[in-house]
Design a protein around this ligand. Structure first.
Ligand SMILES: Nc1ncnc2c1ncn2[C@@H]1O[C@H](COP(=O)(O)OP(=O)(O)OP(=O)(O)O)[C@@H](O)[C@H]1O
Length: 446
């Protein structure tokens, strides 16, 4: 059970706009902060409750499935709502923002580097949680080791790694991206991209894969869910949890384990082969990704994982629809060859006719915009409100939001986002940020 379920079972009636409210009276369980903070009541006394933030909740190590929590129910008439305040938190030099997403290993939050003013994303991993995931700790260590040495514009950059021994947490600071290809596909008509757009993403994926394979690294989990996009539409391959560095002294690219997502696995893995070519696994998964991006479907379907793997292991893939045109049809068929030896490598794919000639945007087709999970089409920074909360009271004497907007020549209709600022504006904000920081007590290190 998700701890956030506490919200739903805490009051006797549904709460108005619970995201943005805070309770004044201390006799009710309510969210105190954004979507990852809430109030937990462990007491039978109506007036003694504890406000907990996200970190404190994390530290509790409560197994909610064991029913060891007591929820104190109160009448909704007893609740007084007022606008919540966002609490600014810092981890090292980074100012924390809101949650961007959550994977099986932990939450990913936005953050801002207070020195460079670069937007970042941080994956927050808890040792306790990692221990519960098969190979969890090894996979993370492997991912860190690999990402530390990889540098390519189409591979996610690991910018920083921080540890908090007391809280047993690890912070993986990465480049900030605005969306996941998977989310964009799910929100687009027919759950697919126009060929023009798929071509752009796929050629970037090839660039990234060519680099990885050249470095002797196989990803083994290529899929739209592991392809992120930056604000300027640069594709980034991410999630190296099951990736593998090949033996540098071996001429082969032999791998022994495949732990990727079932729908993207090749027949040799579905059939339980003990050894297989790592690079050809990436070619197959990239083929399934291209198939999915251009048709909205998968070459193999199954009601459950067992049936799906059985189909992949035994059957021919569903032929790509003829309407895709002969070039894309032949590329997909080639990449999805059941025999790994018949699959092309990245260099051969580059020379293929569909890659060589960029498809035109057909009449009526529209490019799909990157889409964040927050449904904010301008991709504004979620860190700004925390900064305002942290610095407004004391920093007001130096600048007000209106002054700043005035100085930036803004008419007030634009929401500030560091990514939107020009170099000059950014320097101006940076100067102000440092001058106000210097006057304020240092922020708490979480
Ligand atoms: N660098 C990033 N910039 C912006 N958002 C990100 C970034 N990395 C991850 N996210 C967001 O966080 C979510 C979780 O990412 P994460 O890599 O932890 O898990 P996942 O790959 O989605 O799932 P799993 O780890 O279970 O395979 C992503 O789906 C995405 O929405």
């Amino acid at each position: 059970m998700d701890p956030r379920m506490c919200r739903q079972i805490s009051s006797s009636e549904s709460l108005p706009d619970a995201e943005n409210v805070e309770v004044e009276e201390s006799n009710i369980i309510m969210p105190q902060e954004s979507d990852d903070n809430f109030l937990l009541d462990g007491s039978p006394e109506p007036h003694s409750v504890t406000w907990l933030d996200d970190d404190q909740i994390d530290d509790l190590d409560i197994n909610l499935d064991q029913n060891n929590l007591f929820f104190h129910r109160v009448d909704s008439a007893d609740i007084i709502y007022r606008n919540k305040k966002k609490k600014c938190k810092m981890v090292g030099k980074y100012v924390m923002g809101d949650v961007l997403g959550e994977g099986s290993y932990g939450k990913v939050k936005e953050m801002l580097d207070s020195e460079s003013l670069c937007r970042r994303a941080v994956k927050i991993l808890k040792k306790r949680k990692l221990r519960r995931i098969p190979n969890g700790e090894q996979n993370v260590q492997k991912e860190i080791q690999l990402l530390r040495i990889l540098r390519h514009k189409n591979v996610i950059e690991l910018v920083d790694v921080m540890y908090n021994d007391e809280k047993q947490k690890m912070y993986l600071v990465m480049e900030f991206c605005v969306g996941v290809l998977q989310d964009m596909l799910e929100s687009s008509p027919g759950k697919k991209f126009p060929q023009r757009q798929a071509h752009d993403y796929f050629t970037q994926l090839l660039d990234g894969l060519e680099y990885l394979h050249g470095q002797g690294v196989v990803h083994k989990d290529i899929k739209p869910g592991n392809l992120l996009l930056t604000l300027n539409q640069t594709l980034k391959i991410t999630d190296f949890g099951v990736a593998e560095a090949l033996d540098m002294f071996s001429p082969e690219d032999t791998c022994y384990t495949g732990q990727g997502s079932p729908a993207f696995q090749p027949p040799e893995i579905a059939n339980g082969a003990e050894t297989f070519s790592g690079t050809k696994v990436d070619i197959w998964s990239s083929g399934v990704t291209l198939y999915n991006m251009t048709t909205g479907r998968y070459p193999f379907e199954g009601d459950n994982v067992f049936r799906l793997l059985e189909a992949i292991g035994r059957a021919e893939p569903a032929p790509p629809p003829r309407c895709l045109g002969p070039a894309l049809h032949s590329l997909l068929t080639h990449m999805l060859s059941r025999d790994p030896d018949l699959r092309p490598d990245v260099h051969q794919i580059r020379r293929h006719a569909w890659i060589q000639a960029t498809p035109a945007l057909e009449a009526g087709e529209r490019l799909v915009n990157p889409r964040s999970r927050r449904s904010d089409e301008h991709h504004n920074s979620t860190v700004i409100p925390y900064l305002v909360e942290r610095h407004y009271a004391s920093a007001q004497e130096y600048f007000t939001e209106r002054d700043l907007r005035h100085e930036l020549g803004d008419n007030g209709s634009r929401t500030m986002s560091t990514a939107e600022l020009s170099d000059g504006e950014s320097t101006q904000c940076k100067r102000r940020w440092h001058s106000s920081c210097g006057r304020l007590p240092s922020c708490r290190l979480t």
